[in-house]
Design a protein around this ligand. Structure first.
Ligand SMILES: Nc1ncnc2c1ncn2[C@@H]1O[C@H](COP(=O)(O)OP(=O)(O)OP(=O)(O)O)[C@@H](O)[C@H]1O
Ligand SMILES: [Mg+2]
Length: 302
């Protein structure tokens, strides 16, 4: 698998404050790579350095083998960018913005199609200043995709979007991936990261403290799963022998089993083997949010 992006030993200081502290990661071509981390952990600085928008103090960045600082012209047609804080001229109309971006980007997409995909057809003639926060955000994502990039950076793509628009955005990102586009997605939404990302890097204080697929991060850091059910049978000592079970708690007829691995399957098998088939057997699935909170340990935003 070839790499779309290689960040190696990146370090960035602002007036002596180290915002990015020597971090390295690779993004494979065609994957959706997520970056999560508390406010101020260096996510935007990293993606801005990766796009050649900020000059790193140390380390190197390669995008499809090119240096974004020196090969910017060559990369312009390959990379799309939605920055966390972008502004357009107040009076620029939605269609004008798309038309302008399309005219300066070789191999551009059909922008009326993007207008439709991102739910902006009705706002075609509206000025940027008159758009709501979510509509601006959608326009900025559409603009990032106008040149049909091979790699797109989305920094908080869905912040400010209503729940329905967020789902639409997720579906569109799926479609973008299906076309083979590589996506680097910075997000604070753990459900979004879990749903969309093939792999994730967890940032803390300018470093990567964990990396892996959402499922790997959940399995490694989110803690034990629990399974609950009700039974009147009092002796459940045999359940402790089921694979992965670490604890069994009981409150009246309600039983909570804690453990690791495929706990639901093992618990259900042991119960059925002992003639118990509870109707209310349920699993509390650990989420990426549990893993994130455990990893960042309640880190205060800076
Ligand atoms: N232009 C700048 N000058 C000085 N310090 C800066 C500048 N830009 C960012 N920083 C600092 O660098 C650190 C990392 O900022 P960055 O914007 O990369 O964080 P982030 O992870 O994107 O945060 P958020 O989740 O809030 O977007 C922060 O402490 C921030 O205050
Ligand atoms: Mg940021």
């Amino acid at each position: 698998m070839s790499s779309a992006l290689i960040v190696d030993g990146l370090r960035k200081r602002y007036d002596g404050f180290t915002a990015v502290d020597g971090l390295s990661f690779k993004v494979d071509e065609g994957e959706i790579f997520g970056i999560i981390g508390a406010n101020g952990s260096g996510k935007t600085t990293t993606v801005e350095c990766a796009q050649g928008l900020r000059l790193a103090d140390e380390g190197s960045v390669r995008v499809f083998g090119l240096d974004p600082q020196t090969d910017r012209t060559q990369l312009r047609s390959e990379v799309g960018s939605q920055l966390q804080e972008s502004e357009l001229p107040d009076r620029l109309r939605v269609w004008e913005a798309l038309d302008l971006f399309a005219s300066i980007s070789p191999g551009s997409a059909d922008w009326p199609e993007l207008l439709d995909e991102w739910g902006l057809t009705e706002k075609r003639d509206a000025a940027f200043a008159s758009l709501s926060g979510g509509q601006r955000q959608r326009l900025l994502v559409a603009l990032a995709l106008v040149n049909r990039p091979r790699l797109v950076f989305l920094d908080e793509m869905t912040t400010g979007l209503d729940p329905a628009a967020r789902r639409v955005a997720w579906d569109l990102i799926d479609q973008i991936r299906a076309r083979g586009t590589t996506v680097v997605l910075v997000t604070h939404f753990m459900d979004e990261a879990e749903r969309l990302c093939d792999r994730l890097a967890v940032f803390r204080s300018g470093r990567i403290i964990a990396e892996g697929s959402p499922a790997q991060l959940v399995a490694e850091y989110a803690g034990d799963a629990s399974v609950r059910f009700s039974t009147d049978q009092t002796d459940l000592s045999w359940l402790a022998d089921a694979p992965g079970v670490t604890a069994i708690d009981r409150a009246g007829s309600r039983v909570t089993v804690q453990g690791t691995g495929p706990l639901l399957a093992h618990t259900a098998a042991a119960l059925v083997a002992h003639g118990i088939a509870p109707v209310d057997l349920e699993v509390e699935r650990k989420s990426l949010e549990d893993a994130f909170l455990a990893l960042t340990d309640g880190e205060e935003p800076e």
